[in-house]
Write a protein that binds this ligand. Sequence first.
Ligand SMILES: [Zn+2]
Length: 229
Amino acid sequence: MSRRNKAKGTCHLCGNFGALSFEHVPPRAAFNNRRIIKVTFEQAISLGPDEIVKGPIQQGGIGGHTLCPKCNNLTGHWYGTRFVGWCYQAMNILIRSHGKPSLIYLNYLFPLAILKQIVTMFFSVNTETFSKANPELVQFVLKREAKYLPPKYRFFMYYNTTGTFRFSGIWARLDPFSSRSTTLMSEITYPPFGYVMTIDSEPPDSRLFEITHFSTYDYNFGFSWRLQD
Ligand SMILES: [Zn+2]
């Protein structure tokens, strides 16, 4: 309770200045409510791929004061529950397969809401300037029924079978063999899945599952999805 509504700042989504609420990344109900290693959100988003997280254990989950109460409530209400449903199904399969899934069958997903929750999380792990630079993404999240994204935005997922977490804001990866080829990407990984967003870039790894097409479904359209590892 003490860490709610304490901070003031610019909302990473709507850009308004005022009170900020504590946004769990991922949502609290998606396994982000248990004891975790305590690192600050700022430390977490700057961790390198192979860095090991050290620190005291804290209750309550990871996140930061990144969204105003209105954006926090609205995205949680519209997208959070559907996102949590997808995480629960996948976690169940990961546990039953001892972390080595060869096939995942996800039953009755709501792809548009899931993608919008993922985009909301990318706003939280990036700085407040990200919303100014990407107004189409802001509208995609703040309008519940909005579909489709400009083709420069692509989203991918993978199984997180290692149990670690990492958040990284947009960074550029340079191709050492070509001065023109860079990858602009941001990543969130927290069991059961990791997510990658790329902007005007090819995916950094061919084993990622692309989920950009989740933006083409109606808000209330659900389907079942089979994933082969
Ligand atoms: Zn806001």
